[in-house]
Design a protein around this ligand. Structure first.
Ligand code: NAD
Length: 494
């Protein structure tokens, strides 16, 4: 792919004030009820830029009321599916036309590599078109005379008002996985982006009306956890679709349970990369580079637990340490950079606290383990070897460029270690033995298993977690289930 790396953007950004944005409520661009705002911070420079409204409970209520009224009025859900499909396709085209600008904004917000964010912006556009196409496929089925004298059929209907709450690490793709299927099936949506990455989401809001989506169907409120909490607590929110940490997901599920609101959760992971002694080690290292270091570990499916078969353990550690030491970290806008900074000071504090923990636990560090001398929120790509199963670094999601490595003897032990975790988001299996690969696919308890590759994805393939990694699936045709209720219809024909 030809990636249009921006040139001279840092100088331009340094010379100009960032945008002063507003929220989208009921088709109007508005400030917060009390006028409060908060600033965004560029993780590469550590400098503040741009600001967004700090929504109040009143703003959240107005957004939910607008979504509810749009739903009740049926302006979107009663539109022919072909018209909703056309609007989503147009939205995809509008996103693609602004892909470069969207990607730059995301980089400025979360510090991830421009190449990743640009590719993501194009995928975001094609996801809109994909769910546009699916809009015309939503249907029930007919059962001819399930009982004598009766005809029956099912309908798939939208759920109502969807609260879409997103994290900062891949803000727009994770938004699209909620927004597009919700719209395809006729729901109204209130979006609450992460407080770290609100501006890119507001940019998408600018395209909603132009795509032909009626006022009030899509609303955006900005702010931190308290705004999210007000949203999920609102009695008119029918379903919450959330991507974020397990701790927040548990709070949301508890609130939703009080009023039996529906919930889909995409949560954290501690995904194993399982390396057998017959694996293509160059391919494994490429998988670890793209699946862990290139995102600075800030991917839910990061392959951060590396299980290596005993016979190749020492040689593999040497190569992994060399890989980690040679990762070129730097400006995410620079085509030469292989890793950007962490996204926020909070994330920096979290990851460096694991460096302290590793020192306290006496872990063997074979690469990194420090914060380099730089004004941005960088940490070194880091590898710890011989990590025990009860180490906090083995048990917990770090969400930084930190690998923990452990050895195993045989397939049975690899399976036991891989599954000995509360998470179940993804796994990588590296072997040339086809039969073994198939046994591992079945044995590993995770929502995605990659064999001899890592972190590839497509909008046709579902994504989600087993165990504490989530409830439900996003993308693929399965995603439509999360945004529809099934209604059964009985007609007495006797
Ligand atoms: P987070 O849980 O801190 O925040 C996520 C969102 O929830 C933000 O918008 C935040 O403002 C909001 N929020 C916080 N407290 C809330 C509350 N009490 N009620 C409602 N909303 C609230 O997560 P994060 O740090 O932004 O994201 C990182 C986490 O996301 C990691 O654990 C990562 O694994 C996970 N993640 C999962 C997937 C997946 O698909 N499974 C994808 C990306 C990220």
């Amino acid at each position: 792919m030809n990636i249009p790396f921006p040139k001279g953007l840092r100088e331009k950004w340094a010379a100009e004030a960032g945008p002063t944005t507003r929220m989208l409520i009921g088709g109007e661009w508005v400030d917060a009820d009390d006028g409060a705002r908060f600033a965004c911070t560029d993780p590469f420079t550590g400098q503040e830029w741009g600001s967004v409204p700090q929504a109040t409970e009143t703003d959240v209520d107005r957004a939910v009321q607008a979504a509810h009224q749009a739903f009740e009025a049926g302006v979107w859900r009663h539109m022919p599916a072909a018209s909703r499909a056309a609007a989503l396709r147009k939205l995809g085209d509008l996103i693609e036309a602004r892909a470069e600008e969207i990607a730059r904004t995301e980089v400025r917000e979360n510090g991830k590599l421009f190449s990743e964010m640009y590719y993501g912006a194009l995928a975001f556009a094609s996801d809109a078109r994909f769910f546009g196409a699916l809009a015309e496929t939503v249907h029930g089925y007919t059962i001819d005379r399930p009982l004598p004298g009766f005809s029956a059929w099912t309908r798939r209907e939208p759920i109502g008002v969807i609260a879409a709450i997103t994290p900062w690490n891949t803000p727009l793709n994770l938004l699209g996985w909620k927004l597009f299927p919700a719209l395809a099936t006729g729901n109204s949506v209130v979006i609450k982006p992460s407080e770290v990455t609100p501006i890119s989401t507001l940019m998408v809001g600018e395209l909603i009306a132009e795509a032909g989506i009626p006022s009030g169907v899509v609303n955006i409120v900005t702010g931190a956890g308290a705004v999210g909490q007000a949203l999920v607590s609102h009695p008119l929110v029918d379903k919450i679709c959330f991507t974020g940490s397990g701790a927040t997901g548990a709070k949301i599920a508890a609130i939703a349970a009080q009023r039996h609101a529906r919930v889909s959760l995409e949560l954290g992971g501690k995904s194993p990369n399982i390396v057998f002694d017959d694996a293509d080690i160059d391919a494994v290292l490429a998988g670890i580079a793209s699946g862990l270091f290139s995102t600075a570990g800030q991917a839910c499916n990061a392959g951060s637990r590396i299980l290596v078969q005993q016979g190749i353990y020492d040689a593999f550690l040497d190569r992994l340490a060399t890989l980690a030491r040679n990762v070129r970290w730097g400006d995410p806008l620079d085509p030469g950079s292989q890793m950007g900074p962490l996204s926020s000071t909070a994330q920096l504090a979290k990851v460096t606290s694991y460096f302290d923990c590793a020192r306290d636990e006496g872990l063997r560090v074979i690469a990194g383990g420090n914060r380099p001398d730089h004004g941005g929120f960088f940490v070194e790509p880091t590898v710890y070897a011989d990590v025990a199963m009860d180490s906090r670094l083995m048990l917990e999601e770090i969400f930084g460029p930190v690998a923990v490595v452990i050895s195993f003897q045989d397939e049975a032990e690899a399976i036991r270690i891989a599954n000995d975790t509360r998470f179940g988001l993804a796994a990588g299996v590296w072997t040339r033995d086809l039969a073994r690969a198939h046994r591992m696919i079945e044995a590993v308890r995770a929502g995605t298993v990659w064999v001899n590759t890592y972190r590839v994805g497509a909008h046709t393939i579902p994504f989600g977690g087993f165990k504490a990694s989530g409830i439900g699936r996003e993308t693929g045709i399965d995603a439509l289930d999360a945004y529809t209720e099934v209604k059964s219809v009985w007609v007495n024909i006797s």
